[in-house]
Design a protein around this ligand. Structure first.
Ligand code: ATP
Length: 289
């Protein structure tokens, strides 16, 4: 039997870091929303008891370091599954980009194996298991739009933002999330108004959403990689309504309300960056059902 799952990327419309916790994690408060840029995860039963990762992307590990592998291992151990599975990952989401590609592959693997192995787990149960793999996996199990707190694993679903386009540009550097957090100076950052953003989204106020976009991790990544700041500048110059770095970067995204404006932003960025995408925001919760 074979199961196919879509594993969409996320962007952060707002990302705040409140403090470093005693357990080493950072307490965050952020708004995540799903976009129409997705990997494809195909799960197939194997006749022997093994987890096999198939990926043709040289940046994606094909062993236990892969988050999809960890998702399968977790389910196998927790529910004493003695079957093998091949997990084939077709990457579209750029790797180490701040778009939660690995986390989304893990979430898709949890959803898919729940079906393949007929485990009967609810989304909430899958999200709780996902938290053991990584902080962003819980959100990726559901997709949609959410306020995420704790270390990112406490999910409160909120209404979807108004429809718009998202242009993404990923410079040819990979950023380590751990390095960015290590270099963050919490006492000297400008905190974005995350609650204000929740209200703006609730009110469908696109102008206010653009106005309130903010990410405290920009202060670190832009300092480490000036090309990210340059891409932000270019994206503004080519007419995006608002521009921000996603997660720990280095991907920069711009919101564009009117489709007629999209080619100018997209084509303008193509001159500076190899990996440029123009996709829809997909903030509705039922996109993965
Ligand atoms: P995060 O912000 O959670 O660190 P990210 O979106 O910035 O994630 P990912 O694309 O998830 O970055 O990749 C981060 C690292 O995770 C990669 O360098 C890669 O070695 C490893 N990795 C593990 N599993 C996967 C996967 N399925 N797809 C991509 N990378 C993976």
């Amino acid at each position: 039997m074979r199961v196919l799952e879509k594993a969409p990327a996320k962007i952060n419309l707002s990302l705040d870091v409140l403090r470093k916790r005693d357990d080493g994690f950072h307490e965050v408060k952020m708004i995540m929303t799903t976009i129409d840029l997705a990997d494809r995860v195909e799960l197939m039963e194997l006749p022997f008891n093994e987890i096999r990762i198939v990926s043709h992307n040289r940046f994606v590990p094909d062993d236990q370091r892969n988050l999809a592998y960890q998702a399968a291992k977790l389910l196998k151990d927790r529910f004493q599954i003695k079957k093998g599975v091949s997990i084939s990952i077709t990457k579209t989401i750029p790797v180490a980009a701040g778009l939660a590609g690995g986390s989304s592959d893990a979430a898709a693997t949890l959803r898919g194996l729940n079906r393949l192995w007929k485990l009967g787990l609810t989304s909430d149960e899958l999200a709780e298991l996902g938290t053991e793999i990584g902080s962003d996996v819980a959100f990726c199990v559901y997709g949609g739009t959410a306020l995420a707190t704790g270390r990112g694993e406490i999910i409160k679903h909120i209404s979807p933002p108004p429809h718009c386009w998202v242009v993404l540009a990923k410079p040819t550097i990979g950023v380590s999330t751990a390095d960015v957090y290590r270099n963050l100076r919490i006492n000297s950052i400008n905190h974005p108004d995350v609650d204000g953003m929740v209200d703006a989204i609730y009110n469908g106020d696109y102008t206010e959403i653009c106005h309130l976009m903010g990410n405290v991790l920009e202060s670190v990544t832009l300092h480490m990689y000036p090309e990210v700041a340059n891409i932000k500048e270019q994206m503004k110059r080519f007419g995006a309504d608002a521009v921000l770095m996603s997660g720990s970067g280095p991907t920069v995204f711009g919101l564009v309300q009117y489709e007629s404006r999209l080619p100018r932003v997209y084509n303008g960025l193509r001159g500076f960056c190899d990996q440029v995408y123009a996709v829809r925001m997909l903030g509705e919760r039922n996109i993965l059902d």
